[in-house]
Design a binder for this molecule. Structure first.
Ligand SMILES: [Zn+2]
Ligand SMILES: [Zn+2]
Ligand SMILES: [Zn+2]
Ligand SMILES: [Zn+2]
Ligand SMILES: [Zn+2]
Length: 457
């Protein structure tokens, strides 16, 4: 019996234009095209397309192999994966166009470009008759199949099968089959035994159901308890939220108070700044009508010191000065020195520079003996200290070594009294050469103490 006469040859693998040049091992012995899903008959190792093997060779038992002509209990076959791998590398030319490439890509090409076979029911497209037939006979949900029960329907659409199972016809066929099975193969005692087993199993199931129910009741109770807990929690939550609300309100009030406090603080700070400005704007000391000023210093009880006076003005819109009294050392001897500083002021542009008037410095004898220590400074017109200031103040002018430091450090010093000493200045605007401290007014010590304005640092 030849293969072609065994059944109707309605299947076909892959067609290719270069079929003649392809190694014969890749050709299906049944359809004589290139193998599709290569499958091997176990009896003789013959290779066929999977679909050719299932549908082309009979499935009757026993199986008579058309190739090795031996009879076997069943038709046994398995996919040949090794050959499938080899086949993937084979280069093919399309039988419908000029495309060529590997077998693997060729399958995609056929599906993309030449899938001309259409299932009339589901309208899916196929590139080979094999795939198309496989779909029609095994995969399409529109295909008709027999129910499988004896005496039941023999043509049901696949998508109707579930509905068919609950039809009277199918149920009836099922019962008839069971009855036939029982009637033909078993006697009554066997049936009774089976029934008893089934009853025992049912009782077991009943017990289990009861157990499940008791657990269910416990769960229900738990559930109720949880519900009450939940409602209590909700009540607590509500209380909490109202308290939180109150807290938030209080917080808001606090914030308001804080803001007011901050505003108050800001106002105070502004006031403070204004006051500071006012203080700064207090005019420096002015020379008296006799062009003198008296500067008071607190003796620091130490041989190393630097004491700054307040600023003073030569007139309301005049030059502004200050002095610093310091202990200085020269050739290992200590002296009292005075440093004079000329400042820039609001009216500096109205004044003439360099400052040229002589200034008399007098360390005042407080003992009534009139032994004042006097130094007359005649400003050097070239000294930077007396030029027009181009910053806040000029560099200091130093009156070096006014007197030995003992003059004030001596415990019997006539210049320090009650821990205080004075330096008096006279600006000689009219170049008279003498200071007014020799006059009657200054000689009367008592009057000076009682009537002079005591000027402080
Ligand atoms: Zn084939
Ligand atoms: Zn065989
Ligand atoms: Zn093509
Ligand atoms: Zn279909
Ligand atoms: Zn049925």
């Amino acid at each position: 019996m030849s293969a072609s006469s065994y059944t109707n040859k309605t299947f076909a693998g892959i067609k290719a234009a270069n079929l003649d040049q392809i190694n014969k091992k890749f050709i299906c012995v049944y359809c004589e095209h290139i193998l599709q899903s290569p499958t091997q008959l176990l009896c003789c190792g013959i290779l066929l397309c999977k679909h050719c093997l299932t549908k082309g060779l009979s499935s009757r038992k026993p199986f008579l192999c058309p190739y090795c002509h031996e009879e076997h209990e069943t038709k046994e076959a398995s996919p040949d994966r090794g050959l499938a791998r080899e086949l993937n590398m084979v280069i093919l030319t399309c039988y419908l166009c000029s495309w060529n490439g590997s077998y693997k890509d060729y399958l995609n090409h056929l599906q993309d470009m030449h899938a001309n076979l259409e299932c009339a029911d589901c309208h899916e497209h196929f590139s080979t008759i094999n795939l198309f037939e496989e779909h029609r006979q095994e995969l399409c949900i529109h295909r008709s199949v027999p129910c499988g029960l004896p005496d039941c329907a023999n043509s049901i659409k696949c998508y109707d099968m579930e509905a068919h199972y609950v039809t009277d016809l199918h149920q009836y066929s099922l019962i008839m089959m069971i009855l036939q099975y029982i009637g033909s193969n078993h006697d009554k005692s066997v049936i009774t035994n089976r029934s008893n087993i089934i009853i025992r199993e049912l009782m077991d199931i009943q017990e289990n159901v009861n157990l499940v129910f008791s657990i269910y009741e416990i769960l229900l109770k738990d559930c109720d308890r949880l519900k009450t807990d939940l409602s209590q929690i909700e009540i607590l939550l509500n209380q909490n939220s109202s308290e939180t609300k109150k807290l938030a309100e209080r917080n808001h009030e606090n914030e308001k108070a804080m803001k007011e406090l901050r505003d108050g603080t800001n106002r105070l700070e502004e006031l403070l700044k204004a006051t500071e400005r006012d203080i700064e704007e207090i005019p420096s000391l002015l020379l008296d009508s006799d062009a003198t000023v008296t500067l008071r210093f607190i003796y620091p009880n130490s041989s190393l010191f630097s004491l700054d006076s307040s600023k003073f003005r030569t007139s309301e819109y005049g030059h502004i000065f200050s002095i610093s009294v310091r202990s200085t050392i020269e050739a290992e001897k200590w002296y009292l020195s005075i440093f004079l500083t000329l400042y820039n002021g609001e009216y500096s542009n109205l004044l003439s520079y360099p400052f040229s008037f002589p200034i008399h410095f007098v360390l005042w004898d407080q003992s009534n003996k009139q032994q004042h220590i006097t130094y007359i400074l005649k400003p050097d017109p070239n000294a930077p200290a007396f030029m027009r200031p181009n910053s806040e103040k000029n560099e200091e002018y130093c009156i070096k070594n006014l007197c030995p430091l003992e003059a004030i450090t001596d415990s019997e010093s006539a210049y320090v009294k009650d821990g205080v000493f004075f330096i008096r200045l006279f600006v000689d605007f009219f170049n008279v050469g003498e200071n007014p401290f020799q006059s009657e007014k200054y000689l009367n010590h008592n009057e000076f103490i009682s009537s002079e304005k005591m000027l402080t640092e």
